[in-house]
Design a protein around this ligand. Structure first.
Ligand code: CU
Length: 286
C-alpha cells in the first residue's frame, strides 16, 4: 500500500500533518489510480475505435450502433465504483468533519478573516475572551475591526499572515471575509473551507506534526490571489506558550488595537461620527 501511496507524492501532494489526513490520502490514492486506469482504458478504446471503424473499412455509416452489451457493463461498473467512493467513503468522511466538532474547551478557537490579499488571525489572548469586532472599527492598523472600547479585546492577539498553533490539540478556525469569497486552505492539514463575507464558517483539524506549513487561498479572489499566502506554524506546547507570551506582551505594550482607539476614546460624545469611519476603511463587510 505504501508504494501505491507514492502516486500522491508523485502528483505533488505534501506529506500529511493532521490526524484525519490519512483518510483523505487513502481516498485520493484510490481516486488517482482509478482515474489512471480509466484514462488508459478509455484511451485504448478510443484508439481501437479509430482503427476498427476507419473509413477504409466502413465507407458507409452504420446506423445500427453497438450491438454487444460489454460497453453497458463497463459503464455500469464505473458508475458503481464511483457511487461506492462517494456514498461509502467521501460523504461519511465529510459528514464527520462537519458534524463532529471537538468540545469547545478541548479545542483552540481562532478567528480567521480573509481579505484581498492576506489572512488575518485573531486569538483571544490570556483572558480567553475574544474582543468584539465591528466593521466600523476597520482600518489599516486594525484589520479585523476590534472594538477599542471592549475590555475583552485589550489583550487579544491579532497577526497578519502567520498563525501559531500547538501540536496534538484540535484547532477550530472560524472563517469570515472582509471583501470577496476566499478559501482558507491548509494543504498539509488536508482541509479547506470557504471564507464568505457575512458568514462565520467553522472548520477544524488536529495538527500531529510540528513544523511550518503553507496557508493558501483556494478561491480565485482577484488579481493578487496567487500571492494570498500565509504560514501555519505548529509548535510544541512549550514553544506555543512562549509565542503566546511574546505576542501578548506585544499586544499589551501597543494596546489593542493600535489605531482607531484614540479617535473613539477621546470623543465619546461624538458617537454620531462613527458611521463616517467605514467609508474611510477599505473593507465594507466583516
Ligand atoms: Cu483569496
Amino acid at each position: 500500500m505504501s508504494s501505491l501511496a507514492l502516486i500522491n507524492e508523485f502528483l505533488g501532494q505534501p506529506p500529511n500533518a493532521s490526524s484525519h489526513g490519512y483518510q483523505i490520502d487513502h481516498i485520493l490514492e484510490f481516486c488517482h489510480w482509478f482515474m489512471g486506469a480509466l484514462f488508459l482504458g478509455w484511451s485504448a478504446f478510443f484508439i481501437f475505435v479509430l482503427i476498427r471503424f476507419r473509413r477504409g473499412r466502413h465507407p458507409a455509416a452504420d446506423h445500427q450502433g453497438v450491438k454487444s452489451g460489454i460497453s453497458t457493463h463497463l459503464e455500469f461498473s464505473v458508475v458503481l465504483i464511483e457511487a461506492v467512493l462517494l456514498l461509502g467513503f467521501a460523504i461519511p468522511l465529510w459528514a464527520k468533519r462537519v458534524n463532529e466538532f471537538p468540545p469547545g474547551k478541548e479545542a483552540l478557537l481562532v478567528h480567521v478573516v480573509g481579505q484581498q490579499f492576506s489572512w488575518n488571525f485573531h486569538l483571544p489572548g490570556p483572558d480567553g475572551q475574544f474582543g468584539r469586532r465591528d466593521v466600523s472599527f476597520l482600518s489599516n492598523s486594525n484589520p479585523i475591526g476590534l472594538d477599542p472600547n471592549d475590555p475583552a479585546g485589550k489583550d487579544d492577539i491579532v497577526t497578519v499572515g502567520e498563525l501559531h498553533v500547538p501540536v496534538d490539540r484540535p484547532v477550530i478556525t472560524e472563517l469570515s471575509s472582509k471583501d470577496v469569497i476566499h478559501d482558507f486552505f491548509l494543504p498539509d492539514m488536508r482541509i479547506a473551507a470557504d471564507a464568505i463575507p457575512g458568514s462565520l464558517i467553522p472548520m477544524w483539524f488536529t495538527p500531529v506534526k510540528t513544523g511550518t506549513y503553507e496557508v493558501i487561498c483556494g478561491q480565485l479572489c482577484g488579481l493578487g490571489h496567487s500571492g494570498m499566502k500565509g504560514t501555519l506554524v505548529v509548535d510544541t506546547p512549550t514553544d506555543y506558550q512562549a509565542w503566546l507570551k511574546e505576542r501578548a506582551e506585544l499586544a499589551g505594550s501597543q494596546g489593542a488595537p493600535p489605531a482607531g482607539a484614540p479617535k473613539t476614546e477621546n470623543a465619546p460624545p461624538k458617537q454620531e461620527n462613527k458611521p463616517a469611519q467605514p467609508a474611510a476603511s477599505p473593507g465594507p463587510q466583516l
